[in-house]
Ligand binder design. Structure first.
Ligand SMILES: Cc1cc2nc3c(=O)[nH]c(=O)nc-3n(C[C@H](O)[C@H](O)[C@H](O)COP(=O)(O)OP(=O)(O)OC[C@H]3O[C@@H](n4cnc5c(N)ncnc54)[C@H](O)[C@@H]3O)c2cc1C
Length: 388
């Protein structure tokens, strides 16, 4: 039953990186907000509920990007990291820099540098010789060059960033319920949300920040695709840890072979320190929530693991022979390549579509979701597109 306690101005569905940020911004603007945010499953193998794309300890953060809008979203978010850490009491940001490693004569390198200059970010260009001097553990080729962005580029801990946003949201007055929404019904005066616990919440408007599951809740699905992705972790010995101390986050776009991203040594809950690699392009569409769940539970794909392992050892030969394991995750890819941020009808808005790069930019993306829900107009490039 609906009690006055479950009537809100705004409901944010999904307490991942985008939703938790949006809820915090709505509450800071003085609104009464409920955030429906299921917790991360304690055991993946038997979990039959929703999964999320932020279940990890490290995501690269950087402004440098060949795309000016993505760079802007990242820059605006990074500028607020310190404030979010201080107000929530949760630390999630680590510096250490970011290296864009590309072909020296490629357009990608020059367009990235142009965007970096336009954003006024601190970075330096490194030729093959300088790369070898600065990062002796990297097996770069003579035709390669790099752009090295200084701290605050580095990485964020996405689990901790979600915690920080939820703490900030709570402190600003958001009511947080660890529940999954099964159904949203529009009523003459708002939206009626039915949760898996049987609870119902009424709100004037709802914002869906439900990542890979968004189309499950919409009558008219968005033009987006969920893609299964995998990451490979290499465990480090204390010596390797020392030798990789200056390793920045890296995106490696070689002349041939897959584009990969690498995280510097990061300590995990199991007491180990890992370097992580992910292959950025792999066609593994997940069409239903059952397929998404099965992929998250599977934990690996042998073919992709082999490609990731070769790319990792190709770039950091010292990691050959180290114990490795994999984990599965998902990207929500939009037709525009940008997050969809805006209303899909009078009552329901969306903030969805990280396209594999939304973590670092999530505070600004969430803020723009809040602005859309409040009736503000946004950048045309971020407009949600309906499928078909
Ligand atoms: C392997 C991998 C590597 C990545 N690397 C980087 C990187 O280096 N840098 C970077 O910036 N980004 C990176 N990303 C992207 C980044 O993690 C995503 O863009 C980001 O997590 C998207 O945030 P989100 O809030 O849209 O989705 P999520 O974080 O998935 O959150 C969605 C939330 O919705 C909830 N939900 C779903 N359905 C319901 C429902 N019915 N009711 C209530 N709640 C629901 C889920 O529980 C979840 O918490 C990476 C992603 C992956 C998978």
């Amino acid at each position: 039953m609906v009690s006055p306690d479950t009537r809100f101005e705004f409901a944010v569905v999904g307490g991942g990186l985008f939703g938790a940020a949006a809820a915090r911004h709505l509450a800071l603007a003085g609104h009464r907000v409920v955030l429906l945010a299921p917790m991360e499953p304690l055991v993946r193998d038997t979990h039959d509920g929703v999964f999320a794309s932020h279940y990890d300890e490290a995501r690269i953060t950087r402004v440098l990007d060949s795309d000016p809008l993505w760079a802007r979203l990242a820059h605006a978010s990074i500028d607020r990291y310190a404030e979010i850490e201080v107000t929530s009491g949760v630390s999630f940001h680590h510096g250490g820099g970011f290296l864009a490693l590309r072909e020296a004569d490629g357009e990608l390198l020059s367009s990235t540098a142009r965007v970096g200059e336009a954003e006024g970010v601190e970075f330096e260009s490194l030729d093959a010789g300088q790369l070898a001097d600065r990062f002796p553990f990297l097996a770069t080729s003579p035709g390669q060059a790099g752009l090295l962005e200084a701290t605050p580029a580095g990485y964020v801990n996405p689990r901790a960033l979600v915690r920080a946003q939820i703490e900030g949201a709570r402190a600003a007055g958001v009511f947080v319920a660890a529940q999954t929404v099964l159904q949203i019904t529009e009523t003459p005066d708002g939206v009626d949300l039915l949760a898996n616990t049987g609870s119902r919440y009424l709100a004037d408007r709802a914002l869906l920040a439900t990542g890979a599951y968004t189309n499950e809740l919409l009558v008219r699905p968005l033009d987006l695709e969920v893609q299964g992705r995998m990451v490979l972790f290499a465990a480090l010995t204390p010596e390797l840890r020392r030798s990789l101390l200056t390793m920045p986050g890296i995106i490696h776009e070689p002349a041939s072979g897959p584009t990969t991203y690498l995280l510097p040594p990061v300590s995990y809950d199991d007491g180990e320190t890992y370097v992580k690699i992910g292959v950025d392009e792999w066609d593994r569409p997940l069409r239903t929530s059952e397929e998404i769940g099965a992929w998250f539970r599977s934990g690996s794909d042998e073919a992709e693991a082999a490609v990731a392992r070769d790319a990792l050892v190709g770039l950091i030969p010292a990691l050959a022979g180290q114990p490795m394991h994999t984990e599965t995750c998902a990207y929500t890819m939009t037709a525009s390549g940008y997050p969809y941020i805006g209303m899909v009808n009078d009552r329901i808005g969306v903030v969805v579509g990280g396209n594999g790069r939304g973590a670092k930019s999530s505070d600004e993306i969430g803020r723009l979701g809040a602005v859309a829900l409040l009736g503000g107009s946004g950048d045309e490039r971020l407009r949600p597109r309906i499928a078909g």
